[in-house]
Design a binder for this molecule. Structure first.
Ligand code: NDP
Length: 331
């Protein structure tokens, strides 16, 4: 694989230009380009420039509204809703996460439901932003059905990521962000592109047989992580990010999707909790003692550390040259 070195600013500008050329206005394009740049900065490669062809395809097909004007509705002091106006999710986040943080800080807990949105990014930016304001946060989204529920050979669940963040007053938040599929589809696609195999238990071929061939899994289906237990978490995410917020689950999202390669329309569930109010001020010492113990065990590291480490590097990033050509960058 040949790579090209690009600064973070160049990555942002490449994404911005491609999104604008595909019909996004400045607000929508810059919100997505910022998320794409941050994914590359943190080493979340499957959600950086790798996603640009999909972002562009859905703008060009007209499925995603490049002029989206997401609107926040405060249904009660703790139940917030954002209508994504069929745009990409990052602009809806920019316009609603601050209000969610204020509502949770004042009231102890608050939810944000986002509907009519297209989420194609990692989830850590949402939970990390809330934890940086002293809140515990959980979010999830569903996707297109790519994952067979435990025991089945039929796709029903999306790769359904869930992210959690815990604030640390003197350190970066602890954040985990993971697909509930054994492997995120973006990583399977990258393995297929690079001719690599994937671990056993990642997925099945189109006939429902186990395979480690990434290209066969793309034609077939992924499996949930952790057998029936992971399968139930994927089910929970379908319900939280679908019916609970007033949106569809993965298999019904697919029915109205054009299949243009970009993300389907769906929903997002976000919960923010103020630990000061819930614990009456007792969360910090106990939480820190636990996290110190956990991170001190041989062989462990806290989730999020790898990204924070990558973030310290302000230098250029190695980007796949073929991908850049696909995005229309002269290299
Ligand atoms: P990974 O399996 O790479 O990582 C999952 C989590 O575990 C991360 O928080 C990671 O932290 C942590 N972690 C990884 N390795 C270790 C380790 N050795 N010790 C301790 N912690 C570890 O993520 P996935 O492949 O499951 O998901 C990738 C991304 O795909 C996510 O950002 C997800 O949101 C996104 N996604 C988005 C979808 C969408 O529709 N928008 C659909 C599906 C997935 P760290 O980051 O520090 O490595």
């Amino acid at each position: 694989m040949t790579t090209t070195q690009l600064s973070l600013e160049e990555i942002y500008l490449i994404a911005l230009k491609a999104l604008k050329a595909a019909g996004a206005d400045e607000h929508n394009a810059s919100a997505v380009a910022d998320i794409v740049m941050k994914a590359e900065r943190d080493g979340s490669h499957s959600h950086g420039l790798f996603r640009m062809p999909g972002y562009v395809a859905s703008l060009q097909s007209g499925k995603v509204n490049g002029q989206a004007n997401p609107e926040l509705h405060v249904r009660t002091p703790v139940v917030l809703h954002c209508d994504g106006d069929l745009g990409y999710a990052p602009l809806a986040h920019q316009r609603s996460l601050g209000k969610l943080a204020k509502a949770a800080t004042s009231n102890g807990v608050a939810t944000l439901s986002i509907t009519r949105t297209h989420h194609f990014a990692a989830l850590w930016p949402e939970t990390e932003a809330l934890a940086e304001q002293g809140l515990v946060a959980i979010t999830c989204v569903s996707y297109l059905p790519n994952v067979a529920p435990f025991g089945s050979h039929e796709k029903l669940f999306g790769t359904n990521p869930i992210a959690f963040a815990w604030p640390r007053p003197n350190d970066s938040p602890v954040v985990f962000d993971m697909a509930t599929a054994a492997m995120a589809m973006g990583d399977v696609q990258i393995a297929a592109r690079d001719g690599k195999t994937v671990p056993e238990g990642t997925g099945l071929n189109a006939d429902g047989n186990e395979t480690t061939d990434a290209a066969e899994i793309i034609k077939g289906m992924l499996l949930p992580f952790g057998g029936y237990k992971g399968s139930h978490i994927a089910m929970m995410i379908e319900l939280l990010a679908g019916p609970l917020v007033g949106e569809t689950t993965s298999f019904r999202s697919q029915k109205r999707d054009s299949g243009d390669g970009g993300p389907p329309r769906g929903g997002q569930f976000i919960l923010a909790i103020n630990p000061e109010l819930l614990s009456a001020g007792n969360w910090h010492d106990e939480g820190e003692a636990f996290l110190d113990r956990l991170s001190g065990l041989d062989g462990t590291r806290l989730p999020g550390k790898r990204r924070y480490q990558n973030r310290l590097n302000l230098g250029p990033r190695e980007i796949n040259t073929e991908l850049l050509k696909k995005i229309g960058v002269a290299v």
